[in-house]
Design a protein around this ligand. Structure first.
Ligand SMILES: Cc1cc2nc3c(=O)[nH]c(=O)nc-3n(C[C@H](O)[C@H](O)[C@H](O)COP(=O)(O)OP(=O)(O)OC[C@H]3O[C@@H](n4cnc5c(N)ncnc54)[C@H](O)[C@@H]3O)c2cc1C
Length: 473
């Protein structure tokens, strides 16, 4: 059991001496938001001090103070996480990077950008585009920080073609729990230079070190893109088309799937019917939304013909081109799925599992069966192209305790099925403290023990983000 010291008035004075009074809040001055992330079900814990940092030097000084006094520190970007990752389970200091939000420089010869961790995803994406470049990772929540995205290895819709955040990190400045500053990685295209500490930091959820600067890779922006809605009778036929779309050489940027009920909820929420419920006189039960990129209209037309062939072969009702007049509406509807679920749900838990693509339909059928058996409402959507499913177990009737008791067997059964199907606990939202036991069960004692041993090497006193990923408190 980890033991920590309390943040005394003297230590708070020392924190204020590092960042100034205005950037070190305590007591009632700390808003409730800082006690949680976007999944309040996983618990709320107030920090004893909330500190807004502005430089690597400040972070280093704070960590030296925290490690000398055994004070827990939890890093927070925007707090948009979905696994309780930035929640200060043991109180102490929440160190927020939101004011470290500068794009420092572009290296156009090497297609790279050097930034601070609190730059928002939407800011980096727009700024890169203004330089004719694209930052490919595209998680749904655009107000997350890039530091948070790297720390969770965020995914998003474009992972099918471009990969995840991991594939765009070239170099990092990291402050270790001791306060020592470490530079890892370089702005080069390849490396075989010892253990990759860069890749160890990516997805480590603020448990090994604090990322204070990042060099991220960019790519030339494609000239145009086009999306297509392909409606099917049911989710099994929709998913069966996915490997065929990939094999047809269309190189899609994204292939999303959505079941009819989530589309209906989204339409009710946004007031816009972006996905037609009836196509050529037939009720659609599920859809795939395919986006392709190209340099000119001919290229995209060729891809459209290829997709139409796959659609016909797989029993689709049609291929509907999302023209410029409908583009905004369709993507607004897609982006509103989680918000639409939240809007008509009192309490919910979520899974972000990833399964082999050909098992998606079987997995979804299983989840619905288990949900019915336990009288739980299930909502789902996800990234069909890479097997990453977002599944929500919802209730409008239950209070927290009853919900936790009744949703647990559903979650347990689904994670067990995911393991049986050769899947992973999280495709992109990470582990935090909410999914720790499922991670342990999934990877096994040897791998889980090794993760714990790595944590100990970086952070022997367990002061950085205690209780997360593989650390017990
Ligand atoms: C509506 C909605 C849609 C979403 N869609 C997606 C999606 O499509 N794909 C996806 O992957 N995620 C998605 N998310 C989840 C979330 O946006 C991501 O997990 C994101 O990466 C979190 O960034 P953040 O800045 O909010 O981090 P926080 O929530 O503040 O922190 C997340 C974790 O990163 C750590 N951390 C943050 N900054 C640093 C740093 N500088 N150094 C070290 N550790 C740090 C924290 O300690 C914590 O463990 C969605 C969330 C919402 C609410």
């Amino acid at each position: 059991m980890a033991e920590y010291n309390k943040l005394t008035p003297e230590l708070i004075e020392q924190l204020k001496a590092i960042v100034g009074d205005a950037r070190c809040l305590t007591g009632d001055a700390i808003g409730e938001d800082y006690s949680r992330d976007e999944m309040p079900l996983y618990g709320k814990h107030m920090p004893d001090a909330l500190v807004f940092v502005k430089s690597t030097e400040e972070v280093s000084k704070i960590m030296k103070l925290a490690s000398a006094n055994k004070i827990p520190v939890t890093v927070r970007g925007s707090g948009t996480g979905l696994v309780g990752g930035c929640v200060p389970l043991c109180g102490g200091i929440v160190l927020c990077t939101s004011q470290m939000n500068e794009i420092l420089s572009y290296d156009l010869n090497n297609l790279a950008v050097h930034i601070q961790p609190g730059v928002l995803l939407q800011t980096l994406a727009a700024d890169a585009l203004a330089h004719g470049l694209m930052y490919p990772p595209d998680p749904g929540e655009k107000t997350g920080t890039v530091g948070g995205n790297v720390s969770t290895n965020a995914g998003g819709m474009r992972a099918v073609k471009y990969g995840t955040t991991r594939d765009y990190v070239l170099a990092l400045t990291v402050v270790l729990p001791s306060g020592e500053v470490m530079e890892i990685g370089k702005t080069v295209c390849k490396t075989s230079s010892g253990y990759s500490l860069v890749h160890l930091m990516i997805g480590s959820e603020g448990t090994l070190g604090i990322i204070t600067e990042l060099t991220m890779k960019l790519v030339p922006a494609p000239k145009m893109d086009m999306s297509f809605i392909v409606p099917y009778a049911d989710v099994a036929s929709a998913i069966a088309a996915v490997p065929k779309v990939k094999l047809a050489g269309l190189d899609p940027q994204s292939i999303e799937f959505m079941e009819r009920d989530i589309v209906d909820s989204s339409a009710a929420f946004t007031g816009e019917e972006a996905f037609p419920p009836v196509v050529n006189g037939m009720e659609a039960g599920a859809y795939i939304l395919v986006t392709c990129v190209g340099d000119n209209e001919e290229q995209l037309e060729q891809k459209m013909f290829g997709l139409a062939e796959v659609a016909e072969e797989t029993g689709a009702y049609d291929v509907l081109v999302v023209d410029s007049s409908r583009k905004e509406k369709v993507w607004a509807a897609r982006s509103a799925f989680l918000t639409a679920i939240e809007a008509d749900t009192k309490i919910m838990d979520e899974m972000d599992v990833v399964v082999p693509v050909e098992r998606i339909a079987d997995f979804l059928n299983y989840v619905h069966e288990v949900g019915d058996e336990h009288k739980m409402r299930i909502r789902s959507f996800g990234h069909a192209g890479d097997g990453n499913l977002h599944i929500y177990v919802c209730s409008n009737e239950m209070e927290r305790e009853e919900f936790l008791e009744k949703s647990k067997p559903v979650m347990d059964a689904c994670y067990a099925k995911c393991k049986e199907f050769g899947g992973q606990v999280s495709g992109e939202h990470a582990i935090g403290h909410a999914k720790k036991e499922y991670l342990r069960d999934s990877v096994g004692e040897t791998a889980y023990g090794l993760m714990g041993a790595i944590k100990k090497v970086f952070d022997p006193d367990g002061i950085l983000n205690p209780g997360k990923v593989c650390h017990d408190i």
